[in-house]
Design a protein around this ligand. Sequence first.
Ligand SMILES: Nc1nc2c(ncn2[C@@H]2O[C@H](COP(=O)(O)OP(=O)(O)OP(=O)(O)O)[C@@H](O)[C@H]2O)c(=O)[nH]1
Length: 289
Amino acid sequence: MAQRWSISNALRGMFQRETITDETWDDLETALITADFGPDIAEEVVEALRADVDRLVIDDPRELKRMLRERLEERFAAYDPTLTLQERPAVILVVGVNGVGKTTTIGKLARLLASHGQSVVVGAADTFRAAAVEQLATWAQRAGVELVRPEREGQDPASVAFQTVERAKTGDIAMCIVDTAGRLQTKGGLMDELGKIRRVVEKQAPVSEVLLVLDATTGQNGVAQAQAFIEHAGVTGLVITKLDGSAKGGFVLAVQERTGIPIKLIGQGEGIDDLTGFTPHVFVEQLVG
Ligand SMILES: Nc1nc2c(ncn2[C@@H]2O[C@H](COP(=O)(O)OP(=O)(O)OP(=O)(O)O)[C@@H](O)[C@H]2O)c(=O)[nH]1
């Protein structure tokens, strides 16, 4: 079954026509804009394909579909989606606004890494809500990985992050994932706190990845969120969650190009196995059909 965020249905009529006409181009641009690529990218893609079709004297819409896949894949693949986890321990900080899916993503990522034979410890540096710690504890248990909890409610999140990395070092644990409290990108004090967490962790070990989690259903607003986090937390990769509930597959490309930060992981469900790496070829196959 096609993903909800796929544009294959929107394109169906277009590829059922015998030849490429003006309507073909209008339909394509509308499909791209509807999928939240944003008007600029939609126009660029249409213009580039139009030029190719004219130059190569093509009139078969099926050929155009192949060219659309190629062009999108080239744009998606302009950034390296590989997680950089060579350090020992490899420290991953996970940041983002409230409710985007940080804790869920950590549970899934811990499971993914553990299933590849890595030892993992997760740290509950979201110390404001006891429920947040318990939620992470449940995920850690499901993933079969160790957890470092705050010693008391309201403990400085940076100190929990520090203790988590310390635990990884003393226990010879390869991967260390630190959960942080959700925060609005407009709250300066809370954004500064992220910088502090990072500096404190770096006293123990270099930070390998700072992953910013974005909810695909927020669309272009996610770009504004991303920019503030990039400024304050030194984001190295994006995680797009809730793509399963979104009709906005194009958001993935828009946010990557506008922030210049690669998409590294994709979440498509609430289950522990619903997280994958980002593979442009596979993604575009599903997107275009
Ligand atoms: N459908 C779907 N739901 C998701 C996905 N990822 C997370 N969720 C749901 O989103 C909700 C919020 O997820 P959390 O992991 O608690 O989000 P958070 O960012 O840690 O939240 P705060 O700690 O409050 O900032 C939960 O109901 C999750 O089940 C996803 O990929 N798909």
